[in-house]
Design a protein around this ligand. Structure first.
Ligand code: PLP
Length: 397
């Protein structure tokens, strides 16, 4: 039986155009810092990829800094803002890639004072950030950043750096980034936008968002893992925090991963103009079929504007851990709302922040579609879920 892969928010299959571009770059070889022919060829590939990424997000090529992925780019941005910002303010639905970093860094800096981050309380002072305290602002029951909570966190903040993602990886909820940017600018702050889940699925424009720093990743849009970028607004503060061979204009030392970067750019170029509509129709069909088969199904953040490819849902009583194993045996690959790197299902911080009851949150599953999803994937997923639920009920009888 063929595999139904519906976990594109975790990672995507590599597009053929990306694999071809990677193979070409590998065949050429060369270090882009070398002056000989292969080096110059690698440099040309690198600079062409930089143009592609810049164009995709409305930035200047010289403001694109390639990294190993979004996690590194987020950390690079935190370092870059150091000196220009005091307090760090993050939304409570940010990815662990940044939330854990600012909170753990804060804990180290406050040496012993380790204020608890509970996940639900808005405006929690959670430690010291790039230069001052870290505050966490809340989201509402639809998983949208609460702007009143942000305003509150901004009050009296010292040159804040605010982090708000463009689209949430679990719920798909699209965040009010431009509105948040207005508040941040009024407070004299800088804005860091994680656009990892949005690029390739929504239009992403640095200027419209008014972001100071924008972060993207290759493997969420059909490129390989191991490439990402930090994109700067013109004039964005950039403190050098790492030193080495001077690559990426001295802002991110280390030989660039040219094959992966070439794959990243090729994947971006391969995003079809009809993909968003196609993904939305698969996702909508999935939710309609799920509801028809299971009238008690719950879809989270349903009334928020969401990524076209994402559905976070629960069938009450069917624990995510049980469901994932049953689905896997039926060759259907979904994930729980938030999978951790050990492969275990952990409870979703985002659903807790939305006020979802723990018993229901434990049943949360995420279907996320993408470029290679097929028309019958929604029906196959619903059939596998129905079988899993039927087995559970039979076992309980
Ligand atoms: N930010 C978001 C919203 C993500 O979904 C992810 C990956 O799951 C990351 C950051 C980290 O990306 P990377 O795997 O490129 O480090």
């Amino acid at each position: 039986m063929s595999l139904v892969y519906a976990d594109y928010n975790a990672t995507t299959p590599v597009r053929p155009a990306a694999a071809e571009a990677m193979a070409r770059a590998l065949a050429v070889g060369g270090n882009p810092s070398s002056v000989h022919g292969p080096g110059r060829a690698a440099k040309a590939t690198l600079e062409s990829a930089r143009e592609t990424v810049a164009r995709a997000v409305g930035a200047r090529a010289r403001d694109v800094i390639f990294t190993s992925g979004a996690t590194e780019a987020l950390h690079l941005a935190l370092g870059a803002a150091r000196g220009a910002c005091g307090d760090v303010i993050v939304s409570e639905i940010e990815h662990d890639a940044i939330l854990e970093e600012v909170i753990q860094t804060g804990r180290r800096r406050t040496a012993g004072a380790s204020p608890a981050y509970g996940g639900a309380a808005a405006d929690t002072v959670a430690g010291e950030g790039a230069g001052g305290p870290v505050r966490v602002f809340a989201c509402n029951s639809e998983g949208l950043a609460d702007l009143a909570s942000l305003e509150h966190a901004l009050r009296g903040a010292d040159r804040p750096l605010v982090a708000l993602m463009l689209a949430n990886n679990e719920t798909g909820a699209i965040q009010p980034v431009a509105e948040a940017a207005r508040l941040v600018r009024e407070a004299g702050g800088l804005l860091l936008v994680d656009a990892v889940q949005a690029l390739g699925r929504l239009s992403v424009d640095l200027q419209t968002l008014d972001a100071t720093y924008l972060v993207v990743s290759s493997h969420k849009l059909g490129g390989p893992p191991g490439a990402g970028a930090l994109v700067l607004a013109p004039g964005a503060p950039f403190a050098i925090t790492r030193r080495g061979g001077g690559q990426e204009q001295g802002r991110r030392p280390g030989t660039e991963n040219v094959p992966a970067i070439a794959g990243f750019a090729a994947a971006l170029n391969a995003v079809g103009s009809d993909e968003t509509t196609r993904m939305a129709s698969l996702r909508d069909r999935f939710e309609a079929q799920l509801r028809a088969a299971h009238p008690d199904a719950v879809v989270f953040a349903e009334s928020a504007s969401r990524l076209p490819n994402t559905s976070l849902f629960a069938l009450p009583g069917l624990a995510a851990e049980t469901a994932l194993i049953a689905l896997d045996l039926d060759h259907v690959a979904l994930s729980s709302g938030a999978a951790c790197s050990s492969g275990k299902v952990k409870s979703s911080r985002v659903l807790a922040a939305m006020g979802v009851a723990p018993a229901l949150a434990r049943c949360a599953l995420r279907a996320s579609f993408g470029w290679a999803s097929r028309a019958d994937d929604p029906a196959r997923i619903v059939a596998a879920l129905s079988a899993a639920r039927a087995r559970l009920l039979a076992g309980a009888a």
